[in-house]
Write a protein that binds this ligand. Sequence first.
Ligand code: NAP
Length: 288
Amino acid sequence: MTDISVIGLGAMGSALARAQLKVGRSVTVWNRTPEKAAALVSEGAIAATTVSEALSASPVTITCVKSHPQTIELLTNAANALPSKTIIELSTGGAEEAENLARLLENAGAKWVLGIINAYPHMIGDGETVLSVVGTDEQWETLGPIIKAMGGSSVHVGDQAGMLAALFAGLFTVRQGFMWGMIYGALAAKKAGIPMQTFSDLVPISMGMMKPYYDYFAATAPQATYDDPPATMRTYAAALEDVLASFEALGARDELPRLFVEMAQKGMDEGLEDKALTAVIDVLADKH
Ligand SMILES: NC(=O)c1ccc[n+]([C@@H]2O[C@H](COP(=O)([O-])OP(=O)(O)OC[C@H]3O[C@@H](n4cnc5c(N)ncnc54)[C@H](OP(=O)(O)O)[C@@H]3O)[C@@H](O)[C@H]2O)c1
C-alpha cells in the first residue's frame, strides 16, 4: 500500500505526483502511456500496471487527465476498485460532467473532491499556489494536507460538483472584462490620436483605483447591502452616458460602453439610483 495514487502523468499530473513525493508521501502512479512513469519511478514512485491496481494501492487517488469524460471512462472501467476509496479529480471540466462524475463515484461507494488548478506545473507545491476545491467540509478537512502539498493557498469553494465550472466562468469573465476594456479603451485613444504608449502607461495608474473597489465589492455584494456608497448608481450611470457620448463623437464602435449604459439603466429602472452599482448583481440574478 502507498499513501496516494496519481492517475495521469502529463505535465500537470507529474508535477502533482512529485509534490506528494516531496512532502514524504509514498506514491503509486499510472499513465496510459506507461513510459511517462519512468522519471517518477526513479524519484521513488511505484508504477501500477492498471487503473484498478493504482486505485487499490492507496486510500486516496488524484486523477489528472484531459478532462472529466476521460476520468469517467477510466474509473468506470475500474469500478470494482472504487468502493471506500477517495478520488481527488483535478482534470479541468464542465459543470454537467463534474456532476456526472460525482454521481458515478457516489454510486460506486467512493468519496470525491474536485478541484481546478490555478497554476502552471512549475508552480505546484508552492505556498502561494491555489487549487479551488469543492467537496464536503469533512472531505476538505481530511484531505486539506494532501491538497495543500500541491497548492499551499488552496481554497474550499463549496460542496456542489458543478460549482467549479461556474467559478471558472466567473473569474474568466472578470479577466476578459479587463481585456475587452483595454481593447475598447485603446480604440477610443487611437481614434482621438492619443499615443498608445501614453494610454498603456496610464492603465495601471487608473487600475490602482480597483483595490478599494475589491474591498467595497466584498463589503456589499456578499451581504447584499448597497447603501451609502462613495459613488451612487446615478453617478456611474451619468459617467457611462458621457463615455458612450465620447465614443459616438469619435465615430468609434461602441458595443462595450453601450452595454455598460444598458446594464446601469436596469438598476436605475429598479429605483436603485442611490445604491451602489454592485446592486445590479441582484437585479440581474432575479431576472433568472
Ligand atoms: N498544464 C497546465 O498548465 C494546467 C494548468 C491547470 C490545469 N491543467 C489541467 O490538468 C489536466 C492535465 O493537463 P496536462 O497539462 O497534464 O496535459 P498533458 O500534458 O497533455 O497530459 C494529458 C494527460 O492526460 C492523459 N490522457 C488524455 N486522454 C486520456 C484518455 N482518454 N485516457 C487516459 N489518459 C488520457 C494523457 O495520457 P498519455 O500520456 O497517455 O497521453 C496525459 O497523462 C487538464 O485537465 C488541464 O486542463 C493543466
